[in-house]
Design a protein around this ligand. Structure first.
Ligand SMILES: [Zn+2]
Length: 104
């Protein structure tokens, strides 16, 4: 119960704070962009069973591997394009959120 709460809090609410920190004037747009990075969970459709709350996503799903995470880190640091950079930051934060689940 607490775990789900923290998971969804981070996935939906905490990214609002990131959106605001990133650019106060455009926080709503940024929030939508960050919400869109949730689509990375679409890689779960290749998994069986489709959804398993007790499973650790990290290194299980194709877009949740260490290779993918390395790309997200590099993207957040080196990409200059503002929206693209935010997408990478969002993806990276998503991985952190999923990783917290693996610690429970
Ligand atoms: Zn995920």
């Amino acid at each position: 119960m607490l775990q789900s709460f923290i998971h969804y809090f981070l996935h939906f609410i905490a990214i609002g704070a990131i959106a605001y920190w990133y650019d106060k004037k455009q926080w709503k747009k940024n929030w939508l962009i960050l919400l869109a990075t949730m689509l990375v969970d679409l890689d779960h459709v290749f998994a069986d069973p489709l959804f398993d709350p007790d499973r650790c996503s990290i290194n299980y799903h194709p877009l949740h591997t260490y290779y993918a995470i390395a790309v997200y880190i590099l993207g957040s640091i080196f990409v200059k394009h503002k929206i693209l950079k935010l997408v990478f930051i969002g993806l990276l934060f998503h991985m952190i959120t999923d990783f917290i689940d693996c610690l429970w």
